[in-house]
Design a protein. Structure first.
Lengths: 296, 265
């Protein structure tokens, strides 16, 4: 069963494009990644799902019901963590969380306590005394306290230190194992790769690709930066699977897809000053998707 | 009910400050009464010596300063003016605050319809207006009773004082409408002061012109205190107009807000 089904969703802000003909679906029980650079339309899509904004055309259903028409019914089972969190400044953390809980039926109030303990959050502080990261923790607890069946995360990790990110991912995994479906929006590919089973990639308001993470890893690109002592023989590295080959003074850059041993073989006997093997950035991955589209 | 409770809690401090200020303005004027009561007839003569246009513009044409209620009428005008600003402030801010303080992403993703949120917020404004009026009514009743040397007409006093309630409800509903009509509101006070003063100036203008059509524009004319003291009642046409406009503003508030896009942060 599909928990989210988005069908030709289009949103224009006046003349500005928000998203255009976005379609994808999220199956029950999966962690679905939603990646794209800033301004690509991730938040617009999510805000439409939550009926914070109204689509220009197209539709979306959640749990099989239209997300605008049955918005308040659907939102009972949605937990949402926005990319930037703001709460009523003069309230205490505990008050905000209790207020949030008061909107749902049968909330287990001890869950607030236990979630706060996991996230190391002080419930007695005032919201306006909290740092950005701590506000984010309030957002996490607030989004999960009513045990939602669908968790929507919009760039959730900003402001969290690595340790907290880890704990947060564990929380999300636990909720997922208990049966919650997760829509995880991010512009950081690696964190999506860690958690998600499938991803939709959005750029300039349109979906470029919906793919299995495993398939993506099959064409696992590596980005090489090699700094040579002396002259560079470019042709020496012009192998099958090498793309974006470029030389900049003593430095050679390229992307490589395939058996890494073939590059290692080529490196033998070369005298290097420095070598860097990295995950390509999201932009570079996108470049790859565009290139693939151009080649029929 | 949780929204209502939350709104009342958040508005508590502001409400107390406004109530104290309104009572302050009223007492400041009313406490002048004992010291000048004996000279009021002289004041009256001075006012009467002014040219009629001048008298009208300052709202002293029909003024009978000799009694406590006519003096109260004079003082109450300022309370009406300030009370209108208070009510419009509440109306403009109560919904737009969620966008301005960026808490909309918290409240509007809760499993509750926008109409219900708006109803609760309107109810919160109404309750705060009722509290304000109860405070003002009590305070002015005490002051008028203590300061009057002879008996006064309680009915007229009540009609005078209750006009605050009607004027506040009018400006609150106008404020609500303005807040959902405008795309984004950054500051509230300039909007509400501007609107209230425009209506007040129209009212002053109409004091001189006495134009019937112009009188239909400003709510300060609907509840014209000197007319009330002459007729011992509110004007039924004006009351009807008040009712229709308040209804219209409220309806449009619901209608427009249900379709409104909440801007992302």
């Amino acid at each position: 069963m599909n928990v989210i089904e988005i069908n030709q969703l289009t949103k224009y802000y006046g003349k500005h494009r928000g998203i255009e003909n976005v379609s994808f679906s999220v199956e029950e029980g999966e962690i679905f990644g939603f990646i794209g650079p800033n301004g690509a339309g991730k938040s617009t899509t999510i805000r439409t799902l939550l009926s914070l904004i109204h689509p220009t055309s197209g539709s979306a259903t959640i749990f099989g019901k239209d997300c605008i028409k049955y918005g308040n019914e659907i939102r009972r089972d949605i937990g949402y963590l926005p990319s930037e969190v703001f709460y009523y400044e003069h309230m205490k953390v505990r008050e905000v969380l209790n207020y949030s809980a008061s909107f749902y039926d049968n909330v287990d109030y001890t869950r607030i306590q236990s979630l706060a303990e996991v996230m190391d959050l002080d419930l007695n502080k005032r919201i306006d005394d909290l740092s950005y990261g701590n506000k984010k923790k309030v957002g996490i607890v607030q989004g999960l306290l009513h045990e939602p069946k669908l968790i929507i995360l919009d760039e959730p990790t900003g402001g969290l230190d690595p340790l907290m990110q880890q704990k947060f991912f564990e929380l999300i995994r636990t909720e997922n194992q208990k049966g919650a479906t997760v829509l995880f929006s991010s512009h950081i590919l690696s964190e999506v790769q860690k958690l998600c089973s499938r991803v939709a990639i959005i750029k300039d308001g349109t979906i470029v690709q919906v793919e299995n993470i495993r398939d993506m890893q099959k064409h696992n690109y590596k980005k090489f930066t090699l700094e040579f002592k002396g002259v560079i023989d470019v042709h020496h590295f012009n192998l099958d699977g090498v793309t974006n080959l470029s030389v900049n003074e003593d430095t050679l850059h390229f992307l490589f897809k395939g058996d890494i041993n073939r590059i290692v073989e080529r490196l033998q006997g070369q005298s290097l000053l420095n070598m860097l093997v990295e995950e390509p950035s999201l932009e570079e991955i996108f470049m790859h998707y565009y290139q693939k589209e151009e080649q029929p | 009910m949780n929204i209502l409770k939350q709104e009342l809690r958040m508005g508590r401090k502001t409400l107390i400050i406004w109530c104290l200020s309104l009572v302050g303005v009223l007492s400041l004027f009313m406490l002048l009464y004992p010291s000048i009561a004996s000279q009021l007839e002289d004041f009256q003569k001075v006012f009467e010596s002014f040219p009629p246009e001048f008298q009208q513009a300052f709202g002293v044409a029909d003024l009978e300063l000799s009694s406590i209620l006519s003096f109260y009428q004079f003082a109450l005008m300022y309370v009406l003016l300030a009370g209108a600003i208070q009510a419009m402030n509440m109306g403009v801010s109560i919904i737009s605050a969620e966008v301005r303080e960026k808490t909309g992403d918290f409240l509007f993703v809760k499993p509750i319809s926008r109409n219900r949120i708006v109803s609760m917020k309107i109810l919160a404004v109404l309750i705060q207006i009722l509290i304000t009026n109860a405070v003002i009514f009590t305070a002015s009743l005490i002051m008028v009773t203590l300061l009057s040397t002879e008996s006064y007409d309680f009915e007229l006093f009540a009609l005078f004082t209750l006009s605050l309630l009607f004027i506040q409800i009018f400006f609150a509903s106008l404020g609500l409408f303005v807040s959902v009509f405008l795309r984004r509101i950054r500051t509230i006070l300039p909007i509400s002061m501007g609107v209230v003063f425009i209506f007040y100036i129209i009212h002053l203008l109409n004091e001189t012109l006495k134009d019937e059509k112009l009188g239909l524009i400003s709510p300060f004319d609907y509840f014209n205190l000197s007319e009330i003291s002459k007729n011992m009642n509110y004007d039924s046409l004006n009351l009807l107009l008040w009712f229709v406009l308040v209804g219209l503003f409220t309806f449009l508030t619901f209608k427009l807000f249900a379709r409104k896009d909440l801007p992302s942060i």
